[in-house]
Design a protein around this ligand. Structure first.
Ligand code: HXC
Length: 257
C-alpha cells in the first residue's frame, strides 16, 4: 500500500506510521486522517507486527485538524465527511499503539496522542487544545480524555483557556509515560514498542482491552470484563508455553495462539 500523506515502515516487529505533511505542521486533512487509520489497520492485520508507533516530525507531531480545509465547512458538510466518527477507527485497533510525540501536539494532534495507548514524549513536546481560539471545541475526545486523565481543573484550563503542557508537566501529571531527549526520541519509542511486541500477543491484547474497560464502566462491570479476558487465556498455547518456560528457566517462544 502506498500513501501520500503518511510514511510506513516496519522496524523489527514494530510498525511505524509517520505523519508527513511538514509544510502544514502535520495538520490533518481528511486524506491524512484516512491514510493514518488505513495504515494502522493494515499493521493490526499483519502478523509480522507486534506493536505500533505513530509519530510526526521533530517540530510538530501534529498541529490538529486542517483549519484551511475546515474553515468554510457547514455542520452537514462535517457530518457527511464523518469528521468525528472516523476517529472510532483508532479505538478499534487491537494491538498496542504508542505515540512518539515531539514538538507541537495541538487540537486533534493532542487528541491523537491521547487516542494511543501510551505516549513517549521528547523534551520539546507541547500538548494543548487551542480550539476555543478558533471558535470551536475539541471534537475527537479531548474534553473527555483530558478530564479522565488529568481531572476537571486542569482539563478545564486546557480546553477553555488554551493552557499548554510542556513534556515535563505532562509527565508530572501522568499524561505521558516517558520523556526522552529530542535526539533519538523515535528510536526510544520504537524500543519501548519492541519490548511490548516481545510479550505474549494474546495476553497483551486482552490486557489492553481490560485496562480500556476501566474507562467505560463501574468497578464491578470492569472486574467482570477483566475476568472475561483472564479465563480464556488458559486455553492458549502461549499460556502453557509461558508458564513452562518460567519453570524450565528459559525464554518463552510465543505462537500467538
Ligand atoms: C492548517 C496549519 C495548521 C492547521 C499550522 N498550519 N497548523 N494549517 N491547519 N491546524 C500551517 C500554517 O498555516 C503555515 O502555513 C504552516 O503550517 C506553518 O505554521 P506556522 O504557524 O507558520 O508555524 P509556527 O509559527 O511555528 O506555529 C506553529 C503552531 C501554529 C503553533 C503549531 O501553526 C498553530 O497554532 N497552528 C494551529 C493550531 C490549532 O489551532 N490547532 C487546532 C485545530 S482544530 P503557511 O502556508 O502559512 O506556511 C482541531 C479540531 C479537531 O484540531 C477536531 C477533530 C474532529
Amino acid at each position: 500500500m502506498t500513501y501520500s500523506t503518511v510514511l510506513t515502515e516496519i522496524r523489527g516487529r514494530v510498525g511505524v506510521v509517520t505523519l508527513n505533511r511538514p509544510q502544514a505542521m502535520n495538520a490533518f486533512n481528511n486524506l491524512m486522517l484516512g491514510e493514518l487509520f488505513d495504515a494502522l489497520e493494515a499493521f493490526d492485520r499483519d502478523d509480522n507486527v507486534g506493536a505500533m508507533v505513530v509519530t510526526g516530525g521533530e517540530k510538530a507531531f501534529a498541529a490538529g485538524a486542517d483549519i484551511k480545509e475546515m474553515a468554510e465547512s457547514s455542520p452537514f458538510g462535517m457530518i457527511k465527511q464523518g469528521r468525528v466518527e472516523k476517529w472510532d477507527r483508532i479505538r478499534a485497533i487491537k494491538k498496542v499503539v504508542i505515540a512518539a510525540v515531539s514538538g507541537w501536539a495541538l487540537g486533534g494532534g493532542c487528541e491523537l496522542a491521547l487516542s494511543c495507548d501510551m505516549i513517549i514524549a521528547s523534551e520539546s513536546a507541547k500538548f494543548g487544545q487551542p480550539e476555543v481560539t478558533i471558535g470551536i471545541i475539541p471534537g475527537a475526545g479531548g474534553t473527555q480524555r483530558l478530564a479522565r486523565l488529568l481531572g476537571k481543573q486542569l482539563a478545564m484550563e486546557m480546553v477553555i483557556n488554551n493552557r499548554t503542557l510542556t513534556a515535563a508537566e505532562a509527565l508530572h501529571f501522568g499524561m505521558v509515560n516517558r520523556v526522552v531527549p529530542v535526539e533519538g526520541y523515535l528510536d526510544a519509542a520504537v524500543a519501548f514498542a519492541e519490548e511490548i511486541a516481545s510479550r505474549a500477543p494474546l495476553a497483551v491484547r486482552m490486557a489492553k482491552d481490560s485496562v480500556n474497560a476501566a474507562f467505560e464502566t463501574t468497578l464491578t462491570e470492569g472486574l467482570r470484563a477483566e475476568k472475561r479476558n483472564f479465563y480464556p487465556l488458559f486455553s492458549t498455547e502461549d499460556q502453557k508455553e509461558g508458564m513452562r518456560a518460567f519453570i524450565e528457566k528459559r525464554k518463552p517462544n510465543w505462537k500467538g495462539r
